[in-house]
Write a protein that binds this ligand. Sequence first.
Ligand code: SF4
Length: 106
Amino acid sequence: MYQSRIEEFKQENTARRVFLSVFVVASLGVILPAKANGGEFSRLSESDPMAKALGYTHISDSKEKTCVNCGLYQGETGDEWGRCSIFPNKMVNANGWCKSWIASKG
Ligand code: SF4
């Protein structure tokens, strides 16, 4: 009697472990690619309160003053979106602009 109950318990535990392992692996499959693609940083919306306050727009009116040639832009050349030190945890459009634009030293 006890032996069969112990066997049942072991089988339930094994099934539970398999279920949890599959769940953890499946969850990592969803989370890791998002981080690898910069998922931690969402694209800045023009309707974001701080973006509005700084007049941020995804497309600059001036070709000479865009995010990609701003001293505060942290994106890589050629990227459509990049980080900006004014908007933490957000990405701005390389062709964008805001009132905080400053000339890049490089
Ligand atoms: S400070 Fe403004 S212009 Fe400069 S990169 Fe950031 S959003 Fe673009």
